[in-house]
Ligand binder design. Sequence first.
Ligand SMILES: Nc1nc2c(c(=O)[nH]1)N[C@H]1C(S)=C(S)[C@@H](COP(=O)(O)O)O[C@H]1N2
Ligand SMILES: [Mo]
Length: 532
Amino acid sequence: MNQETSTAPLRRTRPARAALAALSGVLAAFAALCAGELLSAAVRPESSPVTAVGGAVVDRTPVEVKDWAIRAFGDDDKLVLLGGILVLLALFAAAVGLVARRHRPAGVAGVLLFGLLGTVAALSRPGAGWLDALPSAGGAVAGAGVLWLLAGRLTPSGAGTTEPPGGRAALDRRGFVLAAGASAAVSAGAGFAGRRLGGSGAADAEASRAGVRLPRPASPARPVPARARPRVAGLSPFTTPNRDFYRVDTALVVPRVDVGSWRLKVHGEGVRRPLELDLPTLLRRDLIERDITLTCVSNEVGGPYVSSARWLGVPLGPLLEEAGVRPPSRGGPAGQLVSRSVDGMTIGTPVDTVMDGRDAMLAVGMNGEPLPFRHGFPLRMVVPGLYGYVSACKWLQELELTTFDAFDPYWVERDWAREAPVKTQARIDTPRAFARLRAGTVRVAGVAWAQHRGIRRVETRVNGGPWQEARLAAQASPDTWRQWVWDWPATRGSHTLEVRATDATGARQTSRRQGTVPDGATGLHSVVVSVD
Ligand SMILES: Nc1nc2c(c(=O)[nH]1)N[C@H]1C(S)=C(S)[C@@H](COP(=O)(O)O)O[C@H]1N2
Ligand SMILES: [Mo]
């Protein structure tokens, strides 16, 4: 290139051109994403390129990293992931733009390569069909076109044409600005339209949810005794409001199911009468209403992934009986109940557990309203006593009876245990870790849980001293957590508070520390506080 030998003003154009080249790459990526967004509105939201890649990353993230991300970013983990993907994509796109300036076909190949990545990611998602390839593939073609066009404005057209001295005229600056502006505008329009169209499905879903009228339960929950609701500042309320209820799932876009076209299928081994049920049919059955505490296996000792709600739902055991299912303990062939969600999640639950008489249910209501979208509208499973990943499938659309040998569900494929009853745990809610307190009586309070066994005793101790019995709130049900309070005569200094629980079978929680993988963390929760 002869620009190298030229004068000062021309030397300035080199970085400017590089910047324009990088910009053309970024605009190409923008076009690809926006086109992908538009196409995904016609397929399904999960197939949009960034969501598909993000989802594939979630599926492949080793549990330790996933656990770390949940700890570090909490509910924002998904935003952090998507942001990270966009930053990486922008960097790659800028590099592709620089390549395209020298060699257009190589740049275009770079865009198509990324499109291929998106396509493979979309096809690898649980529940994906061939159509899911469309947004990434179509987006890549749009992006490649834009790059071809813009890169053409940055390079001399025919190599044989006589280049003016300095090569300055080779840069069609006006042409580039016009083409860049037009591509950005068209892309943004396509992306916006995609969001609107995709959003119209969501609007139908919202209308369908607003139209659900929950019937009164045939079997209402027992009223919660006032003594199960001690009022201590900082103590978790007995019932977690829906907006505060923890959320753990792999969904980068919350599925919004339009209940008009939704059905629940029940089929599989040993099912003598397969069922296909819509929501009105489910709502006409005798519903039960129960207080049940849900816990995530990813909850660290002292962690936040435990919440309690009043659920309304169809008793699951009797429904399976009607379908002709017998659990293995009564000679049935299928030991595993696989629940499948509309987003392809699979969760496996022991048939013997859901049919042993406990209040396993297909929940339609949560704290007096239809399930919020985030928590599984229109239907989810709730099985008291089991961690969520082996029992609480949200956005449920299929129940399949099979064996544990025949099928490994999503989390089991990722190193988590096949069966996972909730472990006995206690948590100190107040005072908070590293709180500064005044000497005198300090209310120490928290929650303890051992779902389906119940909590018999909670003890606390200070600085490794003798264990002291905490006061327990009334036990609303063995399926819920139990609040506890202990009045601590606090003296000056730095202190470590510890708590331990004993379940209603008399088994005390272990103090042995274990991480969350493969079947739930153990160890005692402690907080360090200082008293002035
Ligand atoms: N479809 C679907 N259902 C799911 C999950 C998921 O990722 N997808 N996560 C499970 C896990 S690990 C837990 S702990 C509970 C959490 O339910 P919540 O988000 O309503 O608290 O949902 C379960 N059901
Ligand atoms: Mo979980």
